[in-house]
Design a protein around this ligand. Sequence first.
Ligand code: ATP
Length: 457
Amino acid sequence: MSEAVSAPVPRILVIDDDTEVRYSLNRVLSSQRYEVQEAPSGEEGVAAVKKQAPDVVLLDNRMTGMSGLETLQHIRAANPKQLVIFMTAYGTAQTAIEAMKFGAFDYVVKPFDPPKLLALVESALRTQADNKSAAGYKPVINTEEHKEGIVGASPAMQQVFKIIGQFAASDASVMITGESGTGKELVARSLHRHSHRASKPYVAVNCAAIPENLIESELFGHERGSFTGATAQRLGKFEQCDGGTIFLDEIGDMTPTTQTKILRVLQEGDIQRVGGVDTIKVNVRVVAATNKDLEALVREKKFREDLYYRLNVVRVKLPPLRERTEDVVQIVDFFVQNLAKAKKVKARKVAPEAMALLTAYPWPGNVRELENVVYRSAVAATGDAILPKDLPDEVRDPKGAASVVSSGESLESLYDKLAKALRAQHPGEELAKLQEAMESRLPESEAKPAAKKRPKK
Ligand SMILES: Nc1ncnc2c1ncn2[C@@H]1O[C@H](COP(=O)(O)OP(=O)(O)OP(=O)(O)O)[C@@H](O)[C@H]1O
């Protein structure tokens, strides 16, 4: 059998009981490179879909006999991948929501603007082509082999797996470093799961999330009456996870007093409850994590050097995702398969163009951001594949907003640059005028809070 050499002419089926609408749509569409078929009722439309398998269907909502929404359901039942553009003269939210819920590709409100309608048909055809290119998608991950939940083929991640394997069995303290969302907590859990402590508790504490006056009591517990509100004795996290592993996240945010107490647990293996006099023996392995430059904090005397060395016995470095882009394909596949398995989404494939965009994006929020984007895109996907159109704007247009943060530049440093540039360009201008000009470029809803609140130091 010989293959067709020229691209086939796309076939559009128009289902509408109004002869005039069919006629005008036929004219608009035929003026392009489309072959147009017509059906004057929902029933005939469904039969035409089954028989002729058109590329795109334009379907009217209000028809005598079978309604547009009913027809849509029959069409999607006959061919779940059929692309249908829903047409309605009554653009109520209800109809739009129902049409999208029943799997319409999009909807247009009559009377049509021909260029807009043609753009929509083109976008449906592009989607169809993207769906076809996704047909050859082969999963790269066997989720059964990744029960651990940590995925990555990059040399950096292989090194991480090696360290977990080497040191999980020991009681050595571990320091995990990496930007937010790189998987530090995942590594901590894995260390615990592979240790002899696995049957004992694993307790995670986010030191930055607990107010300064409560952190000590949270970690070491307190005696009744030791401070206002301490109405009963309370065991702290260290006592709660005796025999197990404690994960101290954001360790760089700890107060000096807490640092001293942690050092004591590590050196002596005992704690004292707040307001207590007894020393209590605890057997806890400490795994700490930070996204701060702890060495710099030590130099600035904000973090105890002795504690730093105690914690830093084993070091696990998780590089930002933008420095291990070869992991993106595996991680995306892992998330997509898990979502599909949990029956949370229909999508189980990723079109090559979408994967290319996902790989090119710098992921300032690292794997956590990637996970959220995959979930959101898989939910947005109308077929069985995530297509470029399902991705958020910043991923589709990496030259847009995302590139500003791709260098990992902080908001504070961006403000600095902006302020300097504004001053240099407008030396005599009043400050209030410069502020006003800046605020007017922010969306309405953000302008006011931004004017009041300055970035945190
Ligand atoms: N290599 C990976 N493979 C699969 N999932 C990952 C990987 N790394 C991170 N994740 C997922 O990304 C999310 C963020 O990971 P995690 O909470 O461990 O990051 P973190 O570095 O501790 O973040 P933070 O510093 O903000 O606390 C989690 O849902 C985690 O399951």
